[in-house]
Ligand binder design. Sequence first.
Ligand code: SIN
Length: 287
Amino acid sequence: MKIDSITENFGAVVTDVALNDLSDEDFHGIEQAWFTYGVLVFPRQHLTNEDHFAFSRRFGRLEKGLPHINMKMRPSIGNTDNEGNVLPPKHVGRVFNIGNSLWHSDSSYKRVGAKASLLAAHEVPSEGGETEWADMRAGYDALSSDVKNYLSDKIAVHSYAFSHSWHYGLQVMPEEGLRQLPPVKHPLVKIHPDSKRHVLFVGRHASHIIGEDFTSSRKLLRELTFEAAQPPRTFGHQWDVGDIVMWDNRCVLHRARASPPDQPRKMVRSTVAGDVPDNEWAVIEAA
Ligand code: SIN
């Protein structure tokens, strides 16, 4: 197995390994590299969905889907239906994806956010459609000591109703679903459980800061996200069919870039739930 870093400490490409036939030793090497680099790109693995989910499962329990979003209608994070036909622009399955074009950490609107996301490309457009990641460990390191001090005890409210329930006048998540997704609190600065590095935990689901003026704290959160997600702390991946990328939502933000609307972009994503024992969003498996 070969691991080549993309930037010095952020992102790596892993080759000479088959994820559908992975030894424990290689799995351990991948896990350690993931802690170091935050994002791992595995080119042209061509995994079946079964193998994709089995590999994901090695990192922890998977996360339950969102309530009241019909996953049959939207099996993948892309712009196609089950048969690979491009959905019309106003289809809820497509409109839902608009939110993914803004920097975010998956499921940060849940009490326990997602640990890992694993995204595989099944059909790709001729141009565009890249995914980009931003290193929020480096984003924290780049803050001035005054800002670090100010943020050290601040708690942000993350809210699906705020960030993702409506897009262009279409309510993607109905009220009964939103009732199961109440706003949650996350510290603005977290310590990563494995690397022990400080992380600036922001992104589009962060609505405002508790105890601060609502409007100005919302503006500050936007500015913090914007400033942190700048080169040299970012990189993008231009997908080839068969690629799979995994990232650590506890220290990385990501976003999808636009692609020609008439061309299929079919991506399949699995999400590993945050690994606390009482995570209500983790799938409970039969013993
Ligand atoms: C996501 O936001 O999880 C998906 C990103 C993408 O489609 O590139």
